[in-house]
Design a protein around this ligand. Structure first.
Ligand SMILES: *Cc1c(COP(=O)(O)O)cnc(C)c1O
Length: 355
């Protein structure tokens, strides 16, 4: 249902970089397509929607996003379907979450139709950039930031909305060794962990770097109060199979309500697998790893897709899990998810938004 129609100006580049781009060497987020979409918020409304050649923006160093962090983003993907058509995966969910983030950061919302049409219009212009190889897609990165040029700690009155697109391949290519992070905290109750706020990721960089220096690929964030419960894995949701049940931390204000998470839970339901959304104690996971009842563990996110956890570490002790290649659930899940996204099976949930 379209209630708002996008008034969009398109200026195409005269110098496409498509022919000189090596699609076999894509590093995640390094290759941008020829165009971007930009729009402005001022006088209480969104305006000046434009698609233009990807390039520099002219901004003052006083803009409040740089000083006080009124900035957040979204992440979704477009896929080239088996029949050659193009679809974006569940953009309605991202549009809704975009507005949740905006609300929490005291930033303006965008009518969901405008968000979806913006994304779709850019994907349409860039459709030749969508890779066709297995596990490849066009990553879509909408971002909004505050542009009032003065140093007052108040919500800006003007904002910029930008959408970028990147052809991407797999994010993680091997099973992950992760540790439970019990010193640093990603998000606390009453905070804004559930928003895709830029500041959440800045705060994660030091702990992530330290974890990598210690030989881990990622960490599992734990609750801020006691560091006894699993929350998320890096910038992905985290899921476990114990005793044949799919278990994942329930969403709350410290947890990002992932679209992939929601998708996985729906597919598990389709497969007849019991799902538990609740607090997940580290002790339960460590016991499950020891007894062998923990038969599957993975991160779930748009960028990471389904990222198998090979080893979990708690208080310096490594617990090796089963070989990811032998895991029944996550392999079937990954296959089904890809079959839907690439249009190889019928999209019974109506998740593919055709461009
Ligand atoms: C984006 C993100 C996720 C995953 O959300 P998706 O909608 O599945 O991409 C999970 N956790 C964090 C912290 C994130 O930033």
């Amino acid at each position: 249902m379209i209630t708002e129609t996008l008034d969009l100006k398109i200026t195409r580049t005269a110098h496409s970089r498509l022919a000189e781009t090596d699609f076999n060497q894509l590093q995640f987020g390094h290759t941008f397509t020829d165009h971007m979409l930009v729009a402005d918020y001022a006088d209480g409304e969104w305006k000046n929607f434009q698609i233009l050649p990807y390039g520099e923006l002219s901004l003052l160093p006083s803009i409040s996003a740089l000083h006080y962090g009124q900035a957040f983003f979204e992440g979704l993907k477009a896929y080239k379907q088996q029949d050659g058509s193009v679809s974006v995966f569940r953009p309605d969910k991202n549009a809704a979450r975009f507005n949740k983030s905006a609300q929490r950061l005291s930033m303006p919302e965008m009518p969901e139709d405008l968000f979806i049409q913006s994304v779709a219009a850019l994907v349409d212009v860039e459709r030749d950039w969508i890779p066709t190889a297995d596990n490849h897609s066009l990553y879509i990165r909408p971002v909004m930031f505050a542009t009032d040029p003065y140093l007052g700690v108040v919500a800006s009155k003007t904002y910029k909305f930008v959408v970028l697109t990147c052809p991407v391949g797999p994010y993680f290519t091997k099973p992950l060794r992760v540790k439970f992070e019990t010193q640093y905290t990603r998000a606390a109750e009453g905070g804004f962990g559930y928003a895709k706020a830029a500041g959440n990721y800045a705060g994660a960089m030091l702990p992530t770097r330290k974890a990598i220096e210690e030989g881990f690929d990622q960490m599992i964030w734990t609750d801020a109060k006691e560091h006894l419960y699993a929350e998320e894995m890096g910038a992905a949701n985290v899921m476990f199979m114990i005793d044949g049940k799919l278990i994942t931390p329930s969403t709350r204000d410290t947890i990002l309500d992932g679209v992939t998470r929601d998708t996985v839970l729906a597919l598990a339901h389709d497969m007849g697998i019991p799902v538990e959304e609740r607090r997940v104690a580290i002790s339960e996971l460590v016991e499950g790893a020891k007894s062998g009842k923990l038969t599957d563990a993975f991160g779930a996110g748009t960028a990471a897709t389904i990222a198998p956890i090979g080893t979990i570490n708690y208080q310096g002790e490594d617990y090796k899990l089963s070989d990811p290649a032998t895991r029944e659930f996550s392999n079937k899940l990954f296959q089904t998810l890809n079959d839907i996204r690439y249009g190889r099976v019928s999209d019974t949930h109506g998740w593919n938004y055709k461009v």
